[in-house]
Design a binder for this molecule. Structure first.
Ligand code: ADP
Ligand code: MG
Length: 376
């Protein structure tokens, strides 16, 4: 980076620190907005370079799945350590693939929550270091907003408003996306997240970790009507979810078979369990879109790569003349391109985090990292 560029950036940084917000001129001189984004909220170390939010120049993901598989799930302490080991290489690779230097960047974005606190802190520390050394604005990003934003990358024509079902290892949210960065939570899970239920049931039937993709695969050779598992409903709350009942019901079924000495057909259990979960997810999402008068539905999060969910939601949307959006699997599970996309819309609003940005492990959808005032 040349000394002149660095000097000018640090001058602007000082102005921003004094005035508390980015000067309008800073934004107007931007033509294309190039953002380096970092994601480390769970067990993927990821970095990406995006242009104007929706164009992805690079999207590097280093997964730790092999290590955590040995323990049957994510071990937070190991996840943090691996992020530290891999972060610099992943960022270097993202910059190299994009053909960009730190000089070409307009901002550095990072997931600040929700997620595992130690894992989040590794990404945040790295982003602060790059932002400070390069004199660039730092933008903290809400991980779930990132998942929703993956849809903007996958389909350049998609614009709010739309209904979005966010289903991942840690979250199940039915959301009305009212505008860029404007969300209304319509429903959430009362107990397990959808992905968590997939992972726990997969472990119980001996498929191992990570359970979602393995159940998806096994279900293709099973009968979804072989066993009738309950469709979890939450009394008095039309759009909330509950998956612990389905999970217990699978465990009871396995115990009963064991006691009777009956053989368990793993593929049938996988297919029947998946059918019960997908039924509820599709029903709730369609009902929410109808109630809110929305003619677009999007999926997001790791479980959105589930083939049955994608197929059933698409068919339901076609029946009701609703446009259906779903990112490709690589943009459904954790990645940094989606974080860069969400960051772009924060950038346009003039938002910038301070160097005191902290991890917010329990950040909920609808809660902002920037207070209630736009640009605050
Ligand atoms: P989080 O952001 O909560 O860490 P991700 O968005 O990375 O989670 O998604 C991971 C979750 O997605 C895991 O629970 C995994 O089992 C689930 N998952 C991934 N692929 C599939 C699939 N094909 N079917 C069902 N679940 C899946
Ligand atoms: Mg995620």
């Amino acid at each position: 980076m040349t000394t002149d560029v660095l000097k000018e950036r640090h001058r602007r940084w000082e102005v921003r620190q004094r005035t508390g917000a980015r000067k309008e001129t800073d934004m107007l001189i931007q033509k294309d907005v190039v953002i380096l984004s970092i994601e480390s909220s769970c067990d993927e170390t990821a970095a990406a370079v995006t242009v104007n939010g929706r164009q992805v120049l690079s999207n590097e993901i280093s997964s730790q799945i092999d290590i955590h598989t040995l323990y049957g799930g994510v071990v937070p302490e190991i996840a943090s350590r691996k992020h530290i080991e891999r972060m610099n290489q992943v960022i270097r690779e993202a910059m190299r693939t994009a053909g960009k230097t730190f000089c070409d960047l307009d901002a550095v974005a990072v997931t600040a929550g929700p997620g595992l606190v130690g894992a989040l802190l590794t990404g945040i520390s790295e982003a602060k270091a790059v932002a400070f050394a390069s004199g660039l604005p730092l933008i903290g990003v809400h991980h779930i907003e990132g998942h929703i934003s993956a849809n903007y990358i996958a389909d350049k024509t998609l614009e709010p408003p739309f209904a979005c079902l966010v289903v991942s290892g840690g979250h199940t949210n039915l959301v009305r996306v009212k505008g860029y960065g404007e969300y209304e939570l319509l429903g959430t899970t009362r107990d397990d997240a959808a992905g968590e239920a997939f992972d726990k049931v997969a472990r119980a039937i001996g498929l191992g970790y990570p359970g979602g993709p393995k159940i998806d695969r096994a279900a293709k050779d099973g009968n979804p009507e072989a066993i009738r598992f309950p469709r979890g409903k939450v009394e008095g709350s039309e759009f909330d979810f509950s998956f612990s009942g389905i999970k217990s019901s699978v465990l009871n079924y396995l115990n009963t078979c064991d006691m009777k000495g009956e053989k368990v057909d793993v593929n049938d259990v996988a297919a029947s369990f998946q059918e019960a979960v997908v039924d509820v997810l599709v029903d709730h999402t369609m009902a929410a879109a109808r109630l809110c008068g929305l003619d677009r539905i999007a999926l997001a999060g790791g479980v959105a790569s589930n083939s049955a969910l994608r197929g059933r939601m698409k068919a339901a949307c076609e029946r009701e003349n609703i446009a259906f959006f779903c990112p490709p699997p690589v943009l459904c599970t954790d990645n940094a391109a989606m974080i860069g996309c969400a960051a772009y819309y924060e950038f346009l609003k003039g938002r910038e985090s301070g160097l005191d940005l902290n991890a917010v492990p329990g950040l909920k959808l609808g809660e902002s990292l920037y207070g209630t005032e736009a640009g605050a």
